[in-house]
Design a protein around this ligand. Structure first.
Ligand SMILES: Cc1cc2nc3c(=O)[nH]c(=O)nc-3n(C[C@H](O)[C@H](O)[C@H](O)COP(=O)(O)OP(=O)(O)OC[C@H]3O[C@@H](n4cnc5c(N)ncnc54)[C@H](O)[C@@H]3O)c2cc1C
Length: 320
């Protein structure tokens, strides 16, 4: 998708984000498609994959991690490695077993419900904020559109009420109802509530990448891009670092510093969005001016989608 439409209480900014000099393309892949691509790419580069293998323990020698223990379809196994990368998601086993300290925990700030729709013809990403709720439409594979609703925890529907709450919240916004006209729900809404937390990234023989090291509310839709960015920074930092333990520790420290420098602003910005504070009059007036200025609109859209880092945590306005 190239186009992005951002609607804050009726102030609408539209644009095509830019990554450097090129137009940025937004993808909202289903995990089934993305994971299969990643596995195929890793195999092409020579990686050996053990599917359905669960890591349950770390092997350590003199305080240094030297491998993992776990089990899969072929039974239990111990795998030795000079470096164990915990890329095992927000409930990371590697982080827990390595004793990685949580350096910041903002808790669970928002709740989400999301469902897949067919027959929706929105060509780009559309995000609509009304009061303390946000609704986003993302075209994805197979002619489907994923429609997410984010809301504050105190509005969370009781047991068995999620579908009714989700549908009513979408219908309450005429622009969303119009966009979904002719569409049909193909799944019931699924619930999500993600903690916003960052962990210390490395220790002797281990390192965390992606959600294992920092995870945040899906409201800013940055998690996958950030996981890829971590992987790239780690690969670059390792360089000749696998040569010996000292070089490795230095390389991991370099990775952690770069990761934090690159990710901190987006983490703070995501938490700010997930607090879902109502937009203040000053912010909305500013947005009106931004919408009338093509360059300012471009900069805003670029930051909102994550092509540019927000300049500071109060980016969405003092009163937001
Ligand atoms: C509801 C919801 C909506 C989201 N929406 C977006 C969005 O729109 N855009 C976006 O960019 N991000 C979104 N995210 C965040 C995104 O899913 C994550 O940031 C991203 O998947 C992180 O990738 P990862 O590889 O670090 O971890 P994961 O994708 O969690 O992958 C971890 C992998 O490790 C495996 N694993 C875990 N434990 C073990 C173990 N002990 N042994 C072996 N393997 C193990 C898991 O099976 C999994 O395959 C959303 C998240 C949620 C919950």
């Amino acid at each position: 998708m190239r186009g992005v439409s951002l609607d804050f209480e009726g102030r609408v900014l539209t644009g095509v984000p830019r990554a450097g000099r090129a137009e940025a393309v937004t993808y909202a892949p289903r995990r089934t498609a993305l994971d299969a691509l990643l596995v195929a790419a890793a195999r092409t580069r020579g990686a050996r994959l053990r599917e359905r293998f669960s890591v349950t323990g770390l092997v350590t020698v003199d305080g240094r991690v030297t491998g993992v223990r776990g089990s899969g379809p072929d039974g239990p196994a111990t795998l030795r490695a000079r470096l164990v990368v915990g890329a095992d998601g927000r409930n990371s086993t590697v982080a827990r077993l390595a004793g990685s300290a949580v350096v910041e925990d903002r808790g669970t700030l928002a709740r989400s419900l999301y469902a897949y729709w067919s027959g929706v013809t929105e060509p780009g990403v559309r995000v609509v904020f009304r009061g303390r709720r946000g609704i986003s439409l993302w075209p994805t594979h197979d002619g489907l559109t994923v429609v997410s609703l984010i809301f504050p925890p105190e509005e969370a529907p009781g047991p068995g009420r999620a579908a009714e709450f989700y549908t009513a919240a979408l219908r309450a916004v005429p622009e969303v109802e119009q966009a979904l006209k002719g569409g049909a729900l193909v799944t019931g809404p699924r619930a999500a509530a993600v903690r916003n937390a960052r962990r210390h990234a490395h220790g002797p023989g281990w390192v965390l990448a992606g959600d294992a090291g920092h995870h945040k509310d899906p409201v800013s839709a940055q998690g996958i891009s950030d996981a890829f960015a971590d992987a790239a920074v780690l690969a670059d930092a390792l360089g000749a670092g696998l040569r010996d333990a000292t070089a490795l520790d230095e390389a991991l420290a370099g990775y952690a510093a770069t990761r934090d420098a690159q990710r901190l602003a987006a983490f703070a910005y995501t938490c700010e969005q997930a607090e879902l504070r109502p937009f203040g009059a000053d912010f909305l007036a500013d947005l009106g001016r931004t919408a009338a200025d093509a360059q300012a609109t471009g900069a805003f859209v670029n930051t909102f989608v994550g092509c540019d880092a927000p300049s500071d945590a109060g980016w969405l306005g003092e009163s937001h």
